[in-house]
Write a protein that binds this ligand. Sequence first.
Ligand SMILES: [Zn+2]
Length: 385
Amino acid sequence: MFERVTFRRLSRRQFLALSAAAALSSFLPVRHSADPLFLVDAHLDLGWNLTNYGRDYTRSAYITRALETKRAVERIAGKAMLGLPELLAAQVAVLFGVIFVMPRRAVSSVLQIAHYATSDEAHAWALRMVADIERFAAQSRRTLFIRSAADLENILTTWHPSVPPEARRIGILLAMEGADPVRTPADFAAWYARGLRCVGLAWLRTRYAGSDTEPSGLTAQGEALLREMSAYRVILDTAHLAEQAFWDCLRHWQGAIIYSHGVPRHFLATQRALSDAQIAALVERNGVIGVGLYSGFYRRRRGIGFTVEDVADAIDYICQRFGSAYVALGSDLDGGFGADHAPQGIQTIADLSKVFAALQSRGYTQADLRAIAHGNWLRVLRSAL
Ligand SMILES: [Zn+2]
């Protein structure tokens, strides 16, 4: 059932010209300051893009776009926003590299994409995505997996001001969105051994929990999975959960807990977004909320007036109520949408600095910006790993 998308062939000359243009656009605006405002991004759908679309993220996003122009993949996935040059230009020190296999009932696109009807199918696709993420990491030489606190600190030493930019490394923390690939709670041990460190139970409803669009609570299997997970050093991600499942999770999980990507409900009046009570509960548990950059989170239509100020508003909404220690970014770029559904002026992940410029112009201090850019996620990672 699965076919890789075929790409337009570029001549060597076209490829070099595009590479030069991409390199210029990616690197010129970035000043590597002595003390880099490096980022942790808690939601990037690497598995989805590598496995379904055959995207080569060692390339610039602009090369990917050029290869996909007028092809089905661009119509379905949108204009690519990720690539190793842009991740480095954005100063992404750590990213949550997500595995996501779609339930068959959600598949409608003309492309053949990884989907499942049974947990065995979900498991097989998810393992293939892990292999594709590992292949990307091995090819790029600038990326390393984070499986332990020591791995995390090794990555962070490369972001010390004394280290030249060319020596910096990106840490990939393996995360799962929708937990059906974990076939049984006992299966979790193998997933942990494979490197999985962050688990979201639902996207649509899974055997473990209800989702925002298919609401219900945590199931008995979900309770059993959380019991199993609590024996390991992992993070529970509450994004996409139905509100009932969210509260059930808080009761049944004492470990590190986050909401990786989305917005407060003030910006989107559905269970996909967090109510003030949910935000307060996460704050009480020392959790962090990752604000996303998808236009759909902001009730805005494609390209109409959606800007980084909207993203700054979402961050500010949480800061005004709880301070700057509980909000960060889970950008979700390339997460089923492209540049047309990102804020104006955000063409690739390299442009995330504009979100911080917007906050700075609102009077956010350097300490606030560092907390939001990386400090808050690092607190969770250090406590969880
Ligand atoms: Zn998502």
